[in-house]
Write a protein that binds this ligand. Sequence first.
Ligand SMILES: [Fe+2]
Length: 254
Amino acid sequence: MKILAVSDTEDKVLESALENYSDRFKDINYIFSCGDLPKKYLEYITDASGKSLYFVSGNHFGMQLYAYASKRKIAKKLYLGKGMRLHSGGVDMHGRVEVLDGYIVAGFGGSMRYNPGFFQFEEAEMEKLVNKAKFEIIKRRVLDFLLFRKRKEIIVISHAPPQDIHDKDDRCHKGFKCFKKFLFNVKPVLWLHGHIHFEGQNNRQQTVLDNTLVVNVYSSKIINIDGKQVTVKPVCADKYCSVDPKTSRIDTVI
Ligand SMILES: [Fe+2]
């Protein structure tokens, strides 16, 4: 499965590549957005690539994605993790579990609560959604086992990172403790997150934790996944550009 992952900032390199080398995106299966992107940008990427969008909302621009619904309805859906469909066709993965091309995909939007705004969660609120997703995953795995189906690997898309992985000390950018617990419990092969902006070459962008590759998507990545094999590459605007090892590296193995 080949994924175009986007997050947090409108990437001019990606826009240029979509406009000039659209054939490079033909074999992309899905677009995953890890949040904090305006609706117009998501629609542009979806239209330009012609691929299906699966997204979680970040702590910014979320209201654009649900502009047609009342605040009360949004809050109810969002905090209970029922998910909502965009008018333009994207699938909201917040608090949901879907099967895509033989992978179980779970999604968690929002960030740690730091003010009274929407799309922010206390640790206990997020833990409820995480436990609900864990139950869904166990149900699907038991069903696969009973039906002699192949065990599916798990992919997680979230806006905030797991605690202590790529996160920062301030409340807004602190990762969720329950994400880390979920990672150790269900052992996803890949965890994509956003929310943490890349500031300089010393920031970690990829970390392996208990066999899960955790990737900070900011601002776009091309991801190839085949079973447990995952490769992550930046999007190149130039037809002949090579992959920069500094942005395709695995920084830390914990
Ligand atoms: Fe964010």
